[in-house]
Design a protein around this ligand. Structure first.
Ligand SMILES: *Cc1c(COP(=O)(O)O)cnc(C)c1O
Length: 379
């Protein structure tokens, strides 16, 4: 039986035209019409100036630098996220401070943010917040933006998992000062690897573009006054991105339909609850995530993952919170234990937009089989 992956790349066919054009014209570098076209088309989609980069992680690194983050600064970040949200804070010599999640969206709890800002206020106040929109759904941005504005804290949105989502009608990634997207191979659209940074001001994007090209000063001599990076996106990969951008709405619709099909096909079991849909915006359901109530289901989360693996189906736990990572042991944190509970009970099911209904029926049958066996063994 062919393996079913968690979140596989899904090409539309349109990508080939742009990639072939890059080959025909020999624009096989980090400059070229596809990079410019991808940026222009992305700007039209989200309504903010944009620069195409080598990864979402690179985009976060540049956003933090634009926000003025430097050695020993504090940067707030939800604990419930992928490690790439926090690592760029360390690249700059700053310290992440981790905040708990709220149950309604699984994202940053505005109350944990309020306590952190109350306690870390004044001269030691955090320089920035990296707010993450996890699994395709935005955090509750109104109270978060209000708190950050009051305390003079820059807001960077990590929308790597939330391209296509919105908050009260505004695209994820365009509510704060800076927004970051990823086109890694597992994301809702992909360039095989890549990222995008957006900002309110075009001047900020021009600055980030300059840093992303080794910060080479104007003029013929290779003169450098500032520290730069090699973070630009290649013209070939930008071509893939242009094709992918044209089918984003279809990909969102497909991922949502998959999540709701799982929910409906598993409802009678009791004990499997789809990640909540917060009332403030469109959830793309980039990944179909469920919480397992083990006593009600009569089966553990880990037994489900193992049973799926035995049938060549990839599933995994939700992200492991940062404060439980050896890398971030000892980091400060605020809030309760919501993220820990989500981590203990959360499962991500195969969510590729290319998943067929018969693939999905295979996943459902494997889950139902695992539950029946566990209940049989307990009876
Ligand atoms: C994927 C991801 C990133 C990093 O993006 P890359 O393009 O892989 O560098 C950052 N944050 C979150 C939440 C992600 O899921």
């Amino acid at each position: 039986m062919p393996r079913i992956y968690l979140s596989a790349p899904h090409m539309s066919g349109l990508e080939r035209e742009f990639v072939d054009e890059a080959f025909r014209s020999n624009w096989l570098t980090t400059l070229g019409p596809n990079v410019e076209g991808f940026e222009r088309e992305f700007e039209a989609l989200v309504g903010r100036p944009a620069v195409a980069l080598a990864s979402g992680t690179a985009a976060l690194h540049l956003a933090l630098r634009l926000a003025g983050v430097g050695p020993r600064d504090r940067v707030l970040c939800p604990t419930f996220t992928f490690v790439a949200s926090a690592n760029p804070v360390r690249y700059l010599g700053a310290e992440p401070v981790f905040l708990d999640s709220e149950r309604g969206s699984w994202n940053l709890d505005p109350e944990a943010l309020a306590s952190a800002l109350a306690e870390l206020g004044g001269v030691g106040r955090p320089r920035a917040l990296v707010v993450v929109h996890l699994f395709g759904q935005t955090a509750d941005m109104d109270p978060i933006l209000e708190l950050c504005a009051r305390h003079g804290v820059a807001v960077i949105e990590d929308a790597a998992e939330a391209l296509g989502a919105d908050y009260r009608g505004r695209p994820a990634g365009t509510l704060g000062d800076y927004g970051v997207y990823s086109f890694n191979g597992n994301k809702i659209i992909t360039t095989t690897g890549g990222g995008m940074l957006v900002a309110r001001e075009r001047a900020a994007i021009d600055r980030a573009r300059f840093w992303s090209q080794q910060a080479r000063d104007p003029g013929v001599a290779y003169e450098h006054s500032e520290l730069g990076y090699n973070y630009r996106m290649s013209n070939v990969l930008a071509g893939i991105g242009r094709g992918q951008l044209r089918v984003l709405a279809d990909r969102v619709a497909a991922r949502r339909a998959i999540a709701f099909r799982y929910r409906d096909a598993l409802a009678d079991l009791g004990g499997l609850e789809l990640m909540p849909q917060a009332p403030w915006g469109l959830h793309t359901n980039w990944l179909s995530c469920f919480l397992v109530d083990e006593p009600a289901l009569g089966c553990t989360r880990d037994a489900l993952i193992q049973a799926l693996a035995a049938e060549e189906i990839e599933a995994r736990p939700v992200w492991k919170p940062m404060h439980l990572q050896p890398l971030y042991a000892g980091a400060r944190r605020f809030g309760g234990a919501v993220a820990e509970d989500l981590f203990a009970r959360g499962i991500c099911l195969p969510s590729s937009s290319s998943l067929t209904e018969s693939d999905q029926a295979r996943v459902v049958a494997a889950l139902r089989g695992a539950v029946a066996r566990a209940r049989g063994a307990a009876a």
